[in-house]
Design a protein around this ligand. Structure first.
Ligand code: ADP
Length: 493
């Protein structure tokens, strides 16, 4: 199966619906103009030089209606004026100054017919223009919008659909929508049933584009009804979320990597108990060694006791060696690779992963990254994990702040204090509630958390990683209108 891809502009947009609707205002061809003029001239000639018993001037109304398909509002008014002038001119030529009520009534009817035709042409034009304006709006949106009738045949296809799926409007119109887009529903969608019940549906779908690539879309359906309420078509509005999905997956992956590092860095937390485990057998070795010496130094050395003590010493030494072996096996997994990099590189790696999380939590990002030359030696993945953890904590903290603006600031620079020991500095600040004083003192200890489902491992892992890079991490715990975390790493000289 081809991988999911996000849309790219591959086609120049085709003719817009607004353009099609404004077919009424398409430039008239010379032939059309000539025919209209000829029609008006013929009517004038017959009306003037071969007067019939019928009021031929009524036919000017046809000329006005025909011109409505060719001309703008001003043009229609000019045609109306010309037709009326010709009608009056013919009347003047044929009847001279003599006034007769019959012909006068007939010319009045003709003039009325031309007027009514003009007004109706102008109304039609207005309606077409308003429809065309609405259609132009549908073409402005980046969403892919199409309409399919009750037989699933596409009757409308906007510019966004052309862009997302790759088929031009004229290629898509009349095709079967499900077959064209090879629509696939996630098993839980229940689309058709819910749609039948409520005339509305929203969910995620997979569509196939013209080039065979698949796109994941959020699809919103609504039913269109005729005047008597019968469903006649379905309008689908589809937004491409393929890239967002990729970002979510990447974030998920980054989090599970963080958890993996968590397992490794619990080593730091476990150092004390590991030391205890190694100390115990070592102490036993010493005790047994001393006992062994005592048995040997007796007047009559008790070799059997010596053998037992030596066996115990060997056993305990093996236990200690096993603990060390386990420790080394765990440590090997961490296997950090150090390269020269800057905090800007790390932040650039992290932003795409957290963008979606920020957007859905309404968080604004303020970046102030200085001096790309501030190079440190570090493990790119581990340092990215530190930044992700701090950012995710900040976003979570700000989600509790209600209406206060949610701003995440990421700044980098160099600590100016001591020119000899200058460090690269990264600061991550939020506008959340700040650090709870309850846990301020043990913030970086494992299992310190104020979150109901929290593990309290994130910050402890961050500290382990930063310290293993020869740096430090600190939090401003006194500030109750936001938290500020500062990471310092030695500059590569
Ligand atoms: P967890 O997120 O699982 O609780 P962490 O080590 O990431 O573990 O964080 C420990 C605690 O530190 C959090 O529960 C929270 O109380 C506090 N904390 C961390 N970051 C922030 C922040 N940006 N604003 C306020 N409190 C924070």
């Amino acid at each position: 199966m081809p991988p999911l891809e996000s849309s790219q502009r591959r086609h120049a947009p085709g003719p817009l619906l607004s353009e099609r609707l404004s077919g009424l205002t398409m430039r008239p061809t010379r032939l059309q103009i000539a025919l209209t003029l000829a029609g008006a001239a013929v009517i004038f000639a017959i009306d003037t030089f071969a007067p019939l018993d019928i009021e031929i001037a009524v036919l000017y109304a046809v000329i006005v209606i025909a011109s409505a398909n060719l001309l703008e509002r001003r043009g229609i008014l000019i045609v109306c004026g010309v037709c009326m002038t010709q009608t009056i001119l013919s009347f003047a030529i044929v009847h001279g100054g003599a006034f007769e009520s019959g012909p006068a009534l007939r010319i009045l009817i003709s003039l009325c017919a031309i007027g009514v035709a003009t007004m109706s042409a102008l109304w039609n034009r207005e309606a077409a223009e308003s429809l065309s304006a609405q259609a132009a709006l549908l073409d402005l949106t980046h969403d892919a919008i199409f309409v399919r009738d009750r037989n699933d045949l596409i009757t409308y296809w906007n510019a966004g659909a052309e862009e997302l799926y790759g088929w031009r409007r004229k290629e898509a119109l009349g095709r079967n929508a499900s077959a064209l887009l090879k629509t696939r529903y996630p098993p839980s969608a229940g689309g058709a049933e819910q749609f039948a019940d409520q005339s509305r549906w929203q969910g995620e779908l997979v569509h196939t584009r013209r080039d065979g690539g698949e796109v994941l879309v959020v699809s919103r359906w609504s039913v269109q009804r005729d005047e008597s309420g019968r469903p006649i078509a379905t309008m689908e509005t589809n937004s491409d979320i393929t890239e967002q999905k990729h970002a979510e997956d990447a974030l998920h992956q980054a989090r599970s990597q963080l958890e993996h590092v968590g397992r490794i860095s619990t080593l730091g937390e476990l150092t004390a108990s590991i030391a205890h485990e190694v100390n115990q057998p070592l102490a036993a070795v010493v005790t047994n060694g001393e006992a062994c010496l005592r048995w040997l130094l007796r007047d009559e050395p008790n070799l059997e006791e010596v053998r037992i003590a030596v066996e115990r010493m060997i056993g305990n030494s093996r236990r200690a060696a096993e603990v060390i072996t386990r420790l080394r096996a765990m440590a090997r997994k961490a296997n950090p690779t150090r390269v020269a990099l800057t905090f800007s590189d790390i932040v650039a790696d992290v932003i795409p992963l957290i963008e979606r999380e920020m957007m859905s939590n309404d968080v604004a990002l303020k970046l102030d990254l200085q001096a790309p030359a501030q190079i440190v030696l570090g493990d790119r993945v581990q340092l990215a994990q530190v930044v992700i953890n701090l950012v995710v904590n900040a976003i979570q903290a700000m989600s509790e702040t209600g209406d206060r603006p949610k701003i995440l600031s990421i700044r980098s620079g160099v600590s100016p204090e001591d020119p000899e020991a200058r460090m690269a500095v990264l600061q991550i600040e939020d506008t959340g509630p700040g650090i709870d004083p309850e846990i301020a003192k043990r913030l970086f200890n494992a299992f310190s958390t104020t979150k109901p489902g929290g593990m309290g491992m994130g910050l402890s892992i961050c500290r382990t990683i930063v310290e293993s890079h020869g740096g430090s991490i600190a939090a401003d715990t006194g500030n109750r209108s936001g938290a500020l975390f500062t990471i310092r790493l030695p500059l590569l000289r």
